[in-house]
Design a protein around this ligand. Sequence first.
Ligand SMILES: C[S@@+](CC[C@H](N)C(=O)[O-])C[C@H]1O[C@@H](n2cnc3c(N)ncnc32)[C@H](O)[C@@H]1O
Length: 279
Amino acid sequence: MGKFWLRAEYILTKFDKRYISPNHIVKGIFRKLNRLLNVLTEYAINIILLFFGSEKLAKYLIIKLEPKDYMNQWFLQPFNGQFVRLKHVINLCDDFKPTVCIETGTYRGSTTILLATLASRFTYSIEINNKIYLQAKARLQNLDQKIQLINGDSAEEIEILLKNLSPIENQLLVYLDAHWGEILPIQDEIKVLCNWGGKFLAIIDDFCIPTDSGFSFDVYSGVPIGLNLIPEYNGLEVWISTINSGLETGAKRGTAYIFSSGLSREFSASAMTNLKQIR
Ligand SMILES: C[S@@+](CC[C@H](N)C(=O)[O-])C[C@H]1O[C@@H](n2cnc3c(N)ncnc32)[C@H](O)[C@@H]1O
């Protein structure tokens, strides 16, 4: 009997204090089972991949799946599959000719690939989540020598990057899309860009367009990502598209185009077609 109590006491001390009530013990067991199930599912997927070879399996799935089942995944195409935004960006870059592109929030790297075609020198993409960063790195590794993925927080990493970029020799195209964490980095990112002192055009994803409810946007602590969040730096201009959301494709997320001081005047009328200044 004594041995039994010793054993029971040992088992109890092994439990975290949170699990001591029966309710917590049951919840704890379910949590552990759930974790076990996740691990087993991951093992099962890895064994299938090992058996078929991931490339073979991917090709098999692509043949078997209907294109509509995967092509409408926003993260498989640049700019969430939004062709109107893509057209604006390409028109602007025809005039602007960025030397360097910077993206905040890499995710699968689908926009990174496009940005690399627009920059004459280099493209950087910053991702905070280590697992996502490694996945994107594996996906992009053989694609382009002029892409560098960075694992870290966007506002901090942009600051480090910009210290090594001459504002006289470079002009930046920046895609601000690091919107998944608890803290929204946009204001810090824009401040760092303004302090850098060179020319930049920043595109903000998930931006609230009050005049067109067909565009969706992100809300942080009850505050939408919108004009109110763009710092009022001297001469910083905010522009949006005049093209109706009905004509946009893909995820139809709102877009803002931020021009550094005086930059918008350097663009031709055709590059600025269908864009209007809201500040
Ligand atoms: C919407 S996804 C980016 C999609 C990608 N730009 C594209 O066009 O395919 C947002 C990404 O930002 C990352 N992220 C969130 N907060 C971040 C931060 N502070 N710094 C860097 N990356 C961040 C998330 O982990 C996520 O992968």
